[in-house]
Structures are given as structure tokens and as C-alpha cells.
Design a binder for this molecule. Structure first.
Ligand code: FMN
Length: 166
């Protein structure tokens, strides 16, 4: 299909706002988007005990299909204790055990990383780059890194959007 960019927000404050800014900028270029606020999924924390238990496993089909049919992923996540927040890590953990191939949803998929964090945000970006690269994604070199002293730049946004669309 390849007809939309899927934007994942791993927090419902500034990072969801950033997700909406990405949506507006992709839409302005004629590219459709879907946004998923991962904090609204309410999936249980992944444990091997829940894995395979039909009464306790989350329903991952809708999000899996959204990822599989997307042209690219944009991930907007705040830094939590030097890494990505549990909402993102937990989502990836559940998605990775839904088939025999843990890379299935992310392998060879373009991923753009963005953060609005309290401090630097660089640790979160590095952690996400490490994780998505491990999953086989093509992680775009340039990122969006916002915090108190680093305001939003439409120029950076336009460049990032063009990298995803090229
Ligand atoms: C549990 C927790 C841990 C945090 N750890 C960090 C951190 O390591 N580095 C940082 O820059 N900000 C840290 N922050 C601040 C968040 O990154 C910041 O508040 C961010 O803007 C929250 O995003 P949101 O507005 O989308 O919820 C932390 C916040 C929380 C709640």
C-alpha cells in the first residue's frame, strides 16, 4: 500500500504535540499519516508468562497491520532515565513475539527518530537508534531533538520530511 507514514507517540504531552507537527508537515506534502499514541494502548508489561496466554495477551493485529502497510515510521519519544520510555519498549517487545521472525515488522523499514525531552534527549535517540537498527530498520541519520533550550524548527522538520519521502 505504502500510502501513509505511521507516526508513533510514546508519550501524550510534548511528544504527541510533535507527532501532530509531523502529521501537518507530511500532509502539507500530500502524504497521508496515521498517528498512534502508544500510551492509549494499555498493553500489559511483557513477560514470558503472559506471552501465549490468550486471556492476557494484548491484541496486536491492528498496530501490526498499520506498521506493515506503512511507507515509513516516525517515532516521537521522550527520554526516560537515559533511554526510551516503557510504552515504546513494551510495545516493541509484544510486537516482536507475534511471529517466528522478531524483525518481521521493522526489517528494512525506514524509521525517523524524534524526541522532546527534559534535558538533552541524545541518550533516548541513541537507544532508539540502537534498537531499531537491531531490528533491521533503516534509521535516518538526522533526527529531531527538542527540549527546553532547543525549540521546534520548521526548517529541520521540512528536511526530515523530505528524507522520508525521497
Ligand atoms: C520517569 C521519567 C524519567 C525521565 N528521564 C529523563 C532523562 O533521562 N533525560 C531527560 O532529558 N528527560 C527525562 N525526563 C523528562 C522527560 O523526557 C520530559 O518531561 C518529556 O518532555 C516528557 O514528554 P511528554 O511531554 O511527551 O510527556 C524524564 C521524565 C520521566 C517521567
Amino acid at each position: 500500500m505504502d500510502s501513509y507514514v505511521l507516526i508513533l507517540a510514546a508519550s501524550s504531552g510534548k511528544n504527541l504535540e510533535l507527532a501532530y507537527r509531523f502529521r501537518d508537515s507530511f500532509n502539507a506534502e500530500g502524504m497521508a499519516t496515521e498517528i498512534v499514541d502508544l500510551t492509549t494502548l494499555h498493553w500489559p508489561v511483557y513477560t514470558p508468562e503472559l506471552d501465549g496466554n490468550p486471556d492476557q495477551e494484548p491484541d496486536t493485529v491492528q498496530l501490526s497491520d498499520l506498521i506493515l502497510n506503512s511507507k515509513a515510521l516516525v517515532v516521537c519519544a521522550p527520554e526516560y532515565n537515559g533511554v526510551m520510555p516503557p510504552a515504546l519498549n513494551n510495545t516493541i517487545a509484544w510486537l516482536s513475539v507475534q511471529s517466528d521472525d522478531f524483525r518481521r515488522l521493522f526489517n528494512n523499514r525506514t524509521v525517523l527518530l524524534a524526541t522532546h525531552s527534559g534535558g538533552g534527549g541524545a541518550h533516548c535517540l541513541m537507544a532508539m537508534r540502537h534498537q531499531f537498527s537491531f531490528l533491521g530498520s533503516n534509521v535516518i541519520g538526522r533526527t529531531m531533538n527538542l527540549n527546553k533550550s532547543k525549540p521546534f524548527s520548521q526548517e529541520t522538520m521540512n528536511d526530515l520530511v523530505s528524507r522520508v519521502l525521497q
